[in-house]
Ligand binder design. Structure first.
Ligand code: DP6
Length: 333
């Protein structure tokens, strides 16, 4: 029986993916750009049994036990295992186990790292040596578009050319190009999480979505230029603007989606105050209440200590730019 274990990181978008031409296959309406992280990651083992008949997916606990995952997760993961097997033209069954480095209770989205790890480990277990572009395209077909970006390390763009069926992400620069840090303020949300998938569907009902798509080509170019020039002073304001715009679109969709918690606003205001104190730090948020604060190494301690002291901030995770998925020797199965 062949198996492979892969650790794949989460990523944080600088220009967000929001709205899709084809949601099931995750073909986006417009490009997005992200930073691949390192500390927040998923580790997944996939085992190929050529004689087996049923695919399995398990959650690995810290104590080395395997537990049954929630049904919605199980269905999406098993559908993706089937996709990987078909893509490889293989027979038999795939058995997988996965765990996250960051606590599920922290409310962090784990599907990007989870589907990237499942894809890369699945391909390796089936003995397929494929390049990152093909793996990115396969990860994307899970329906988690951001997984397409997590297959690459460093600074990553996921384009949206309507004539390119593969729709794979590309690396703009490796991690070593620029040592940025991401301090994540995990906020006590309380409110029920509305999935990004629901958000993508509703995006077009917002009167602000068409305007967003008009503005994006210039914004994307400004972000590429700021990354190339390693200029946080240029990058930061655009990143904040883009995150606020994503939430503006969500809040003005029909029905509206409110991802923020009261402490989200507290963190946003605190980051503005940090800048007044001369610390270059900028906020961004995905489809949830947590705030990712982008800064440089010299500002990281001040940002992390200030955010940890705020009421409503449950925990602070320190992360940075990483190199993308890597193979591990251990098996979770
Ligand atoms: C707001 O459809 O990739 O994070 O499958 O939950 O990871 P998940 O979401 P996906 O949408 C991501 C939406 C976003 C912005 C982004 O990461 O670009």
């Amino acid at each position: 029986m062949k198996w492979a274990t892969v650790e794949a990181p989460a990523n944080i978008a600088l220009v967000k993916y929001w709205g899709a031409r084809d949601l099931e296959r995750a073909i986006p309406h417009h490009p997005s750009i992200s930073i691949t992280l390192r500390a927040c990651n998923s580790t997944t083992t996939v085992e190929h049994d050529p004689e087996g008949s049923a695919d399995e997916i398990w959650l690995a606990t810290g104590a080395g036990e395997l537990v049954v995952p929630p049904e919605s997760f199980r269905k999406r993961a098993v559908a993706h295992l089937q996709r990987i097997r078909e893509w490889a033209g293989a027979a038999g069954a795939l058995r997988a186990a996965t765990r996250n480095s960051f606590p599920m209770s922290a409310g962090m989205a784990s599907s990007a790292s989870g589907f990237a790890a499942l894809t890369v480990a699945g391909a390796a277990a089936l003995g397929l040596e494929r390049g990152p572009a093909e793996l990115s395209s396969l990860a994307r077909s899970s329906g988690s578009g951001s997984a397409a970006r997590s297959v690459m390390g460093g600074y990553v763009e996921w384009p949206s050319d309507p004539d390119d069926e593969a729709c794979a992400a590309v690396q703009l620069a490796p991690a070593r190009h620029w040592d940025l840090r991401n301090v994540i303020a995990v906020v006590h949300g309380g409110a029920k999480k509305i999935s990004s998938l629901d958000g993508h569907v509703l995006a077009e009902t917002s009167p602000h979505y068409a305007r967003r798509r008009e503005i994006l080509p210039d914004r994307l170019q400004a972000v590429r230029d700021a990354i190339a020039a390693r200029s946080l002073g240029s990058l930061g304001p655009i990143v904040e603007e883009d995150a606020i715009e994503l939430h503006l679109v969500a809040m003005s969709s029909t029905p509206p989606i409110f991802y923020w918690a009261p402490a989200t606003l507290t963190v946003l205001a605190t980051v503005r105050e940090l800048r007044e104190r001369g610390i270059l730090a900028y906020s961004t948020m995905d489809a949830g209440p947590n705030v990712h604060v982008i800064c440089e190494p010299e500002g990281e301690d001040a940002v992390a200590e200030t955010l940890a002291a705020l009421e409503g901030v449950e925990t602070v995770i320190r992360d940075g730019v990483g190199d993308g998925p890597r193979l591990l020797e251990e098996s979770l199965l």
